[in-house]
Design a protein around this ligand. Structure first.
Ligand code: FES
Length: 189
């Protein structure tokens, strides 16, 4: 995207050993693409230093194993990086704790129809059972495909797609996995 748009970027690609490298030479030959091979270099990629060196007006994108992403997010937060500058794409979701899930209602804003969501079903399942189909992909809060505008009520966000600021805005919700803190949510459907 940055290459196509001729926008400045630096890419750091970390792997445990060289044989794990999946980047083609088309990319590794670029001056601003840096491949870090832990086996050869003997140390882990210095995430902390890279975050410190990132220009203040830059965005930070990270994808990879959950532990790696969480380290980047934690170190960024420690350095006061605004969550709006952080973009991440998890490969898989951490298991979601549903032990305290309760039932709630969803109001369909366009019709006023009320959909009941039982404690053992997802909002997505309840919507589909009532003829409302929301585009989905991962169904575990990772991809953002099912994000639906939220017009009322307070969501109990369980996804890892929205950042903290977006979650606090309470204007959208991942219906595949999130639930409600209020008895009713109003969705823009
Ligand atoms: S379908 Fe991927 S976050 Fe909901």
């Amino acid at each position: 995207m940055c290459l196509a748009g001729n926008r400045p970027f630096s890419l750091y690609y970390a792997n445990a050993n060289g044989s794990d490298n999946l980047l083609s030479e088309q990319y590794t030959s670029l001056a601003n693409v840096h491949v870090h091979d832990k086996a050869t270099q003997g140390v882990r990629l210095d995430i902390d230093a890279l975050i410190k060196a990132a220009p203040a007006d830059s965005d930070i994108f990270v994808c990879g194993p959950n532990g790696f992403i969480n380290d980047v997010l934690k170190l960024s937060a420690q350095q006061g990086i605004d969550s709006e500058r952080l973009h991440r794409e998890f490969f898989t979701a951490e298991p979601i704790d549903h032990s305290n899930d309760g039932s709630f209602e969803v109001e369909i804003a366009s019709t006023g129809q009320i959909v009941s969501v039982g404690k053992d079903e997802s909002m997505l399942e309840a919507l589909e059972d009532n003829g409302f189909f929301v585009p989905v992909s991962c169904e575990e809060g990772v991809c953002g495909t099912c994000i639906t505008p939220l017009l009322g009520g307070e969501a109990d966000h369980k996804d890892v797609f929205l950042n903290d600021k977006e979650k606090a805005q309470m204007d959208r919700v991942a219906v595949c996995c999130s639930r409600a803190k209020t008895p009713r949510l109003i969705l823009d459907l």
